[in-house]
Design a protein around this ligand. Sequence first.
Ligand code: B3K
Ligand code: ZN
Length: 878
Amino acid sequence: MSSVTPSIHYLSDYTPPVFDIESVYLEFELNPSHTKVTNTMQVRCIQSGQPLVLDGEQLDLKQVLLDGEDVTEDCLLTGESLSLHVSKPQFELKIVTQIAPQSNTSLEGLYRTSGNYCTQCEAEGFRKITFFLDRPDVLSFFTTKIVADKQDNAVLLSNGNLIETGELADNRHYAIWEDPYRKPSYLFALVAGNLKHIEDHYITADGRKVALRIYVEPQNLDKCQHAMDSLKRSMKWDEERFGLIYDLDIYMIVAVDDFNMGAMENKGLNVFNSKFVLAKPDTATDVDYEGIEAVIGHEYFHNWTGNRVTCRDWFQLTLKEGLTVFRDQEFTADMLSPAVKRIEDVKRLRNNQFPEDSGPMAHPIQPQSYIEMNNFYTMTVYEKGAEVVRLYHTLLGETGFQKGMKLYFERHDGQAVTVEDFRNAMADANQVDLSQMHHWYIQSGTPTLEVKGHYDPFAQTYTLHCQQSLPDQAVAFQPLLIPIKVGLLSKEGKELTLKVAESTQVEMNTQQTQALLWMQEGSQSFTFENVPEPPTPSLLRGFSAPVHLQYDYADQDLSLLSRADSDSFVRWESFQTLALNEIKRNIKRHEKDQPLELSTALIEAFGSVLLDSEADPALIALTISMPDLTYIGEQFEVINVDAVYEVQRWLRAQLALTYQSELQEMYGKLAGVQQAYRYHKTDIAQRMLKNVCLRYLMLLESQFELGQQQFQSQQNMTDVLAALETIAHTDHAQRDGCLQSFYETWQHDPLVLDKWFALQSGSHHLHALEHVQALVEHKDFKYENPNRVRSVLGVFGRVNLLGFHRADGRGYEFLANQVIKLDGINPQVAARIVAPFTHWQRYDQQRQAFMKSALQKILSVDSLSKDVYEIVSKSLAE
Ligand code: B3K
Ligand code: ZN
């Protein structure tokens, strides 16, 4: 790191802007190495006496004109800003700068991708395009003129409506776009190049026709239909469920190969990572299809939750992201299966957000400070943020929640607001005090909810004693408002009718079998009356709050719940806990060199789930899959890498052996029903269960041919990839041949090739590290392409427990060198790749030492980016 330590931004330092940019006219004369940007702003002074300070980075300043007068010499430039003293109440400021899109490998600001131009401005990338008040609470009317060479840039796009096009000398042409809505600079977008598009339209609920276009590189035109269908479904769903209608005459999506994240909700012109647009049955898996529908929905939903109502400052990011993730989760649930979606989201949260919340980068959903804002687009802000929005929904119900949303838009349309504004709208619309919800926003860490049940046979009452706590906090713990959804089961698994004392704050479902408890104190008890027998409590139904639930269930309680509870989340969760307990017991045996054991309780529970002919195949698939390695690891203070891996694998292999014929039969039955690929929940569920059966069977040497056959039959990418993945985990003689044939078939398609790279990086093969070292030397590996980097380096660090955490420390050494190399090219991506190192405290002494020295090596690099510096220095400071 260079001698200057980067500065820290604090929420508590927020001050409103002292100037307003009412409108801006941007003119771009595009050229790969010297693009000229002429930025003409109509500025109004809000509070006099202070200089105008515009943000700007890596800009070559040419000229500044104040109401037509050259003031270039009067400007003070720092490398991060341009300041000027202006004493007029209102003025025009014209700034001419030059930038070089082709050498911009950070993919922030204006850059080149596959010979086209594109932009990414959120959070603070607009300042790499021109000098501006680059903050979300400055809302301006944008008009954009794009001038470019015609041959290379047939398409010229920006936000809003196209108002003029024309021809120019030297084979150039231009287009002018005007956005009728005021917006902050982070929502600005420009795209130019030789793209092709598919077109459709949507008739809004208020009868307007909206043109819908998806722009892609010409060879991808046949892979856009699913994205278009998803967009139309999103528009309809937002009208029906939230009453929100699209507000421009055109909605454009552009897919690019080089993109730092999934997609960007720029007003009227979304830019997408091609991974979340392009799909055909033979190139994309069910997971890809679902991801496309979800991300298309997410960006579309931002038009109201993010664009029409935006954030006051970046500390409010969860205002738009938590809310929009909640909305996209509900969308997917409504399109596919609510039960499956909920379980998938909980798994995602536990596997990715819980570790973040217990590591050195832990932060509340409303961070209180940051060095580099891009580091705070996290699982916590997004996914835990969505869980917190879900709490409002659980507490208020769908009707109450929608009332709150309505009031939120009535009050704040066209404004840049805070998380408090959202909470106040929810509270005021429902006339309920929600002030305690604030505590979810300012405290980090996953809360623990400890529950104990007590049955009184004389009084026939059953009491739940609940206690909440948080890991160490900088400030004194402030109790959270936790909604706990519960039911009580009889010995036979019947739901008991619930009755509580008058004064208790609970809401019952109509059948009186489920109660929603409002837990508001640090410790609180809830008593149920007229309970005829000691019940088994079904707790936290639907995962009604993002907490660690601790309840001392006996294995037979878990078996009962997993078989008989009415809540699909609790059924899944109970089986997972049963399996987790078994894994924990065996990890202890492994550590003592004792033989591993598989209990009859787990064997029987597995069988009864697998063979339940009434159940949704997707829920069977999710249930019988063992807890993921990362989640198992999370249960321990010190993660015993080898034991975690070996025990999980051993248990799965034992279950495969025990149920071999049933798994084979199920596999055969499901393989028989499959016809042409359909993106439909029934088919997805069948493929899911079929491939879970395959994964179990492939743990048995004798079954290798099954995987090979499925791979060779080339039905659709879901099945091909599932098969190839199981093959890649083995050391079978056919392994390399299968991988090679996949490569030869798909080397022309970057998104499919990413899968080929990822399979090898995540493989449990003994030589995974050597394979990954070879992959970064492969002719198709490119440090400049984030998808490729994530497929190899991201997957290796995050997923490859054995390879990354090799006992000799060579996995760490390799990844640290890669991070250093990448940091010089793309800091945002490098900061993501370094993340697995931050959990170094969780491993044994020797691994800790290796990981720490890898981090120190990274930190010692000259001119390290702010992005990587923040993550590495914070994790070493622990
Ligand atoms: N808002 C963008 C994310 C921007 C990330 C900036 N580093 C995508 C989304 O959440 O919809
Ligand atoms: Zn978003």
